[in-house]
Design a protein around this ligand. Structure first.
Ligand code: CTP
Length: 397
């Protein structure tokens, strides 16, 4: 295929020759387009050598055949990758501004597959204007391969490192996979993951040991089938850079409920893996509670909303609702009761009596129970394999 690689001015530009090399090795023709700032970080000679084609970077260069290179390149390219994508180029595209070779080409390219690999300092990544621009571009079909977390060139730690060239190639392959082999292509699916933290005071909360691994594996399995995944997750160490997974971070059950009910109506289904706290403290305080002395302390808890049951009441024809159940005894009877009470179509049952299943471990063994009375028992598998099985049995039938 013919791939245009757009490069903007961030330190991660030094990784782009490696990206271009991987694309060429995979059999693609690559045309590099760089901003003036990008050429402060990576040289024209390097980009021209690895791509084997002259670099395009100056709208009005005498060497251009004409000054409509951005239009002819738009026709030439099958897909475009911008790596690294600075806050600046993201903002310009979101606002429809074309003031140099790359930004004019991006405007012209708007109907073709576009992948961006943002890279910037953590505070810039979290700036509300940048978040808005990214959300807007995503809503127009631009894929983002999310930055990773780690040491940044500015000397700080945090989210903002450009995804590795291998991850960008994988995201591009995902974007370019023929739609007909992806059964969930263009379909949106909601996933909840991780624990919830229920606040007690300024420094304490009630939580649980859920790692988020199962939920993130389900999100990856859905994305591999082409789905647009809305991943609503409680606090977790998990990261994902997969194109097609849109992450919404929440802390407590009520925030998770708000996000889930907002997103569910546009989805064909929901898979709720989150270990939602059933109760939260009745009162929270903004300061740190002091010790109360010998007589101890009583914390009154009130019930949290049930997200699965709420989605069960909202469910429309054509939507599939999948819940999880973690049981220790009378497993199948309890799980079936849960499925009916919460109006789910499937319940994925985890038994804590199974070795290798449950929180924190890499593996799982489940029973997938359907409303029609089926109960499919899996072998002990990796969480990702279990996730593939759940997607296949619940959403691809
Ligand atoms: N769940 C939810 N909201 C809650 C509690 C649970 O969405 N407040 C979802 C979980 O994500 C899971 C399913 O409901 O998909 C089952 O959760 P579980 O805690 O096992 O069930 P409970 O209804 O809490 O039943 P019990 O505690 O009696 O086992």
């Amino acid at each position: 295929m013919k791939i245009i690689v757009g490069i903007t001015g961030g330190i991660a530009a030094y990784k782009v020759p490696q990206l271009v090399r991987l694309l060429v090795k995979a059999g693609h023709e690559v045309q590099c387009v760089a901003t003036a700032h990008a050429l402060e970080f990576v040289t024209r000679l390097t980009l021209e050598t690895v791509s084997g084609r002259p670099l395009y970077s100056d709208l009005f260069a005498p060497s251009n055949d004409h000054t409509t290179e951005h239009v002819s390149l738009k026709d030439w390219g099958d897909a475009m990758v911008v790596a690294p994508a600075t806050a600046n180029v993201i903002g310009k595209l979101a606002a429809g501004i074309g003031d140099d070779a790359l930004s004019t080409l991006l405007l012209a390219f708007s109907r073709k597959p576009l992948l961006m690999a943002p890279a910037m300092n953590t505070q810039m990544w979290e700036c509300p204007a940048v978040e808005r621009n990214i959300a807007y571009l995503r809503s127009t079909g631009v894929e983002m391969v999310e930055p990773g977390t780690g040491a940044l060139a500015c000397g700080t730690e945090g989210k903002g490192r450009m995804a590795e060239p291998e991850e960008i190639v994988e995201a591009l392959n995902h974007l370019l996979r023929p739609k007909e082999v992806m059964p969930l292509w263009g379909k949106r699916v909601l996933v909840t993951a991780g624990p919830t933290y229920e606040r007690i005071d300024a420094v304490r909360f009630i939580g649980n040991y859920s790692s988020g691994k199962m939920g993130f594996a389900v999100a990856e399995a859905l994305a591999a089938q082409g789905a647009e995944v809305e991943l609503v997750t409680g606090p977790t160490q998990m990261v994902t850079t997969t194109a097609g997974i849109h992450r919404h971070d929440v802390e407590c059950a009520r925030e998770m409920l708000a996000e889930a009910t907002r997103l569910f109506p546009s989805c064909v289904g929901a898979i709720l893996t989150a270990a939602v706290a059933d109760y939260r403290p009745e009162h929270t305080v903004d300061h740190k509670l002091k010790k109360q002395g010998d007589e101890g302390m009583t914390l009154r808890l009130v019930q949290n909303p049930d997200i699965l049951a709420t989605l069960g009441t909202m469910k429309q024809a054509g939507q599939t609702l999948v819940g999880f159940a973690l049981e220790t005894d009378n497993e199948e009877t309890n799980a079936r009761g849960k499925m009916e009470r919460k109006n789910a179509d499937y319940i994925v049952l985890n038994s804590l009596r199974d070795k290798g299943a449950g929180f924190g471990v890499e593996t799982n063994r489940v029973t997938i129970m359907s409303r029609e009375g089926e109960a499919y028992k899996s072998a002990l598998m990796s969480k990702r394999e279990v996730a593939d099985l759940i997607v296949e049995r619940c959403l691809l039938k």
